[in-house]
Every structure is written in structure tokens, then in C-alpha cells.
Write a protein that binds this ligand. Structure first.
Ligand SMILES: [Ca+2]
Length: 545
């Protein structure tokens, strides 16, 4: 059952519908907007659908139990995220499309489940080629086509096409531009890093090239300040990355406030934190009196607050739709045992963590603030996927997605109004794990087409180094898991044997959405099934003749 609470402030109003008498006023406002920085979007409101600036902040490995507004028992406070939640909409049933980084990021930008492409499990490293196919529509490309200026500051982790100088992964000609990066997919500006902050190469990327040639080499480091060995540039300081990325984003907001081109902006800010290495700055280390992870989350919260301050300072807050979410749940490498004395559950009572099919892998924070549109202090339990951003932006700008774009994207714009929609905007959702295993959710029911977690949590045949769980022979377990998330939100009781009809129904739905190459209405799209052992369950759910 979907529940939505709306606390509509007395001054809340919707945008007026455009009518002829508004035309003169609209023209006047448009003229004013041309001269006054930062009000272009506001003026456009009067004559056409709103075109807000859009900021999408993607935290890296942040559990839904790590925000004090989502978890009253959190061991630390997140005042800036709590403020954002109090000014906007909290989606309590929102999901990254995977339990790990790369596939979630692919789907967020393309509106298509990543496993439909070549990456059937796991993530890319910092040397691998681009994952997003040339010509595939992204959120940035769509918005750019509709007049937006676009920028990304942060962790790309979708591959870039380095110029190679030898057979080893690190044999890169860093003096040469790379192809297939953010600039190839609709972003006009890029500053950031290639992959996770614990993955080489440790070099800043600016636009389509390395900002400097890495001449040094750093040895590997153990958790919690975990990173892998590799080349590093003189100007690259790991402990400065989080601050620098937010500085760049805040400076960009300031620049856009001064711009006189009348273009709204799309700012994608995929943070590299609180992913390992846990490197809170001196101002935050020890600040929560919990663990290094808690301190790093506190810094992420404060950094997001700095960006919100930039919006306030420039007067752009009212014209900007802000989304804060995370690419997957809490990572055990960030120190699970260390959190126990503080009774802090980073998954907020849900089962599992990053990597898993269980909710802790992919049920993530999802907060939307859009003043004048999204009622302050509202919550919804409507099902939302990060893959929905593309269709949402398309509806926002009045665009129709082509057949071969956003195959798994459903607009959640109806959730962003004063009234909750009568029917769910999204009926079902597919989950995917680090091992490439599948689950599907519809209403209260969730079917895992796999006997284990699909990731690092128990039961698994490949436990994480960071979890004290044994390796399990999964062939001894039932092949499917069925959970009733309303009655059993912690996914403790497998009901597959009691409800074979539900297993069959959800299994057929999962197969249909995989086989069609899309989960949205439209013509089927190509699917490549060869070399894909993770879909063996398909034979248990025959297609109708
Ligand atoms: Ca991640």
C-alpha cells in the first residue's frame, strides 16, 4: 500500500496555467529575466511549463539508516539533509538499480538497467573503456537538447577511453585526451575522477583529459583508509577530493547565477564519499564521537549544506529542483563492527548492505526539494527507481523519449505535485546485485531469483572480507526467496514454498521484462543472452506460447 503524507504550507501554490492574458506579463518578465541573472527560469514559469535548474547529488555508499531524518536511532545527526527533507519530499521506497556503483550510475543517467548491456556483474575499474554506448540518450544529453547547460563534478565510474601505450591496465598515455567520457554524453563541463577514490589512477580529470600526468606511485592502504596501489599525480591529494568536488559545484552555481544566457542548468554531483577511503577532514574527524565513517557522513552532510547555501546565497534555491540520493547502500568495508557499540544500523532495519539483493543493498535515501511544487515536509512510500530520472526530466521539458532510450524509466513527476497521484507511477522494479543476480518487486512481494544475497552478505558463497560470515553452499538452499515486505520488512521469512502462485507470477514478470529489452511500454529492444549464466532462472518461468 502506498502512503503519502502532505503537509501543505498555507502559502503553497501551483504554477498558473498559461492563458492569453498572461502573455503580456510573460513577455515583460522574459525581458526582465534577460537582464537579471538567475531569474530566467522563474520568468519562463509564467508562459510555459517550469524549467527548473536540476541538481542531482549522488552520494557513494550511503545507507538509508545513515540520515537522522530517515533513522531516528542514527548515532549521528545530518542537519543539512534533515533540512532538505523538511523542505521537500522524502521517498522512502526508492532504489538504486544495483547494489554497486557502476551499474547504478549507468541506469541513473540512461534510464536503462545496466545488465541489458555488456556489464553483467560487478563494476568497472579506473582503466576500463566507456560503458555508455555512443549515441545512447542520457539525462544530460536530453536536457542539453532542451536548452539546459550541463555539468558533472565528481566520480564518473562509467569508463573512459584512454589512449593506451602498452598491454598493462596502467599503460596509459595521460598526455592524450580520452574519448567516451562525460563530454561524449551530454555534459558540457566535467571535473572529477575516473572511478572510486580507492581505485587508480589517482589523477584529476578535467573535461576530456587528465589535468596532469601522474608521475608518482602510491602503495596500497588498508581499511578504513583503504585504497589500491597505483599511479598518482603530484596535485592529487585523496583527503582533499570530497571538499574539492563540492567547491567546484558551488562555484558552478555561483557562475550560473551570474550567467546571462537564460539557460537553466543540470548539475550532476556524484560524490566520492562516504565510500572508502574514509578520509574526513580535520574539522570532521572525531566530530561525531562515533567512528571514522560517522565523521565522514557528517562531512558529506555539511558539504551538501554548503551547496544548498550557495543556492540560497545566489537566490537560485526557489528555481532549483534538488535531488539527493546514493548509488547503493552502506559498504561493510566502512566498518560495520565498529558501529555496533553505537547501536547504529546503516541499513535502517533492512537486511543486507552494498552489493546485495536484500534491501540494504539498494533501498537508498531519496530526497527531492522543489520549492513551490513539492510540498515541504512530505513523504511518500511510492516505488521509485533512480532509472526514472530520465523520463522525469523528459516529462518536465515536454519531450517524448525515443523507443531506444530510457527503456526502464518511468516519470515520477506526478509525485512532485501538491496531490499524491491516485495510482502508483511505478508498478514493479528489478533489483540487481554485485554478482549479477536478480530480484523483482511488485507491491508487497519481492522475489529473489537466487538462493542467497547475490552479494557479500550471508548466505553467499563469496563473503566479504569485511563481514564475519561463513561461505555457504547455496545448492543446499531453496532456489528462490519470496518476501512480504509489508509484513516482513527485514526479509527474514522465505514464503516461496507457501506461495508458489506468487513466485510464478513474479518470475514470469521478471522474465518478460528481461526478454523484452525494456520494462516500459514500447517495442522490444535487442537483448544479448549469450554468456549470461545469471539468467538461468528464465527456464523456470516459460514464456506464454
Ligand atoms: Ca557506491
Amino acid at each position: 500500500m502506498i502512503t503519502t503524507t502532505r503537509f501543505v504550507p498555507r502559502h503553497f501554490h501551483t504554477s498558473p496555467v498559461s492563458t492569453t492574458p498572461h502573455l503580456v506579463a510573460a513577455v515583460c518578465l522574459a525581458l526582465i529575466a534577460f537582464w537579471i541573472p538567475g531569474v530566467a527560469v522563474l520568468a519562463a514559469d509564467q508562459a510555459s511549463p517550469p524549467r527548473p535548474n536540476i541538481i542531482c547529488i549522488l552520494a557513494d555508499d550511503l545507507g538509508s539508516g545513515d540520515l537522522s531524518c530517515l533513522n531516528p536511532k542514527s548515532a549521528w545527526q545530518t542537519p543539512h539533509l534533515d533540512r532538505l527533507a523538511s523542505e521537500g519530499l522524502v521517498c522512502t521506497d526508492a532504489h538504486s538499480t544495483s547494489g554497486v556503483c557502476t551499474p547504478s550510475r549507468y541506469a541513473l543517467l540512461t534510464g536503462r538497467y545496466s545488465w541489458r548491456g555488456p556489464l553483467k556483474k560487478g563494476v568497472l575499474d579506473g582503466y576500463e573503456p566507456p560503458l555508455i554506448e555512443p549515441g545512447r540518450l542520457t539525462v544530460a544529453e536530453l536536457l542539453r537538447q532542451h536548452g539546459y547547460t550541463t555539468a558533472v563534478f565528481g566520480k564518473w565510474h562509467l569508463g573512459v577511453g584512454w589512449d593506451r601505450s602498452g598491454p598493462q591496465p596502467e599503460d596509459i598515455d595521460f598526455t592524450r585526451p580520452f574519448h567516451g567520457g562525460p563530454l561524449a554524453h551530454g555534459f558540457e563541463r566535467f571535473f572529477g575522477i575516473a572511478a572510486s577514490l580507492d581505485m587508480p589512477p589517482y589523477v584529476w580529470l578535467a573535461q576530456d583529459r587528465a589535468a596532469s600526468v601522474p608521475t608518482g606511485h602510491v602503495q596500497s592502504s588498508r581499511a578504513p583508509r583503504l585504497w589500491r596501489a597505483g599511479p598518482i599525480s603530484d596535485d592529487f591529494k585523496m583527503e582533499e577530493v570530497q571538499t574539492r568536488l563540492v567547491d567546484e559545484a558551488a562555484a558552478y552555481v555561483e557562475q550560473r547565477a551570474q550567467a546571462r544566457d537564460g539557460r537553466p542548468f543540470f548539475l550532476y554531483l556524484p560524490l566520492a564519499a562516504p565510500h572508502t577511503p574514509l578520509l574526513p577532514t580535520a574539522a570532521f574527524e572525531g566530530s561525531t564521537r562515533t567512528t571514522l565513517y560517522g565523521d565522514f557522513v557528517a562531512q558529506v552532510d555539511a558539504d551538501i549544506g554548503r551547496l544548498l547555501d550557495a543556492l540560497d546565497r545566489t537566490g537560485l534555491a526557489d528555481d532549483t529542483l534538488v535531488i539527493v540520493t546514493a548509488d547503493n547502500g552502506f559498504a561493510p568495508a566502512a566498518g560495520l563492527a565498529e558501529l555496533e557499540p553505537f547501536h547504529h544500523d546503516p541499513s535502517g532495519g533492512r537486511r543486507g548492505y552494498k552489493s546485495d539483493l536484500y534491501e540494504g543493498g539498494h533501498r537508498v535515501p531519496f530526497i527531492v526539494r522543489w520549492p513551490g511544487h513539492v510540498p515541504a515536509g512530505s513523504r511518500t512510500s511510492a516505488l521509485v527507481s533512480q532509472a526514472d530520472l530520465l523520463a522525469t526530466c523528459a516529462e518536465l521539458v515536454g519531450a517524448t523519449l525515443p523507443e531506444d532510450a530510457g527503456e526502464d524509466s518511468i516519470s515520477f513527476l506526478p509525485l512532485l505535485g501538491p496531490e499524491a497521484p491516485a495510482a502508483p507511477v511505478r508498478d514493479s522494479i528489478i533489483h540487481h546485485s554485485s554478482e549479477g543476480r536478480f530480484a523483482i518487486r511488485q507491491g508487497r512481494w519481492k522475489l529473489l531469483a537466487w538462493p542467497g544475497s547475490g552479494g557479500w552478505s550471508s548466505p553467499t558463497s563469496h563473503p566479504s572480507n569485511w563481514l564475519d560470515v561463513p561461505a555457504v553452499d547455496l545448492s543446499t538452499l531453496p532456489p528462490f526467496q519470496l518476501y512480504d515486505l509489508e509484513a516482513d520488512p527485514a526479509e527474514l521469512t522465505n514464503l516461496a514454498a507457501e506461495h508458489p502462485d506468487v513466485v510464478a507470477r513474479l518470475g514470469r514478470l521478471l522474465r518478460a521484462q528481461v526478454d523484452a529489452g525494456r520494462s516500459t511500454p514500447g517495442n522490444p529492444q535487442p537483448v544479448e543472452f549469450s554468456g549470461w549464466p545469471q539468467v538461468k532462472w528464465r527456464t523456470d518461468f516459460p514464456s506464454p506460447p
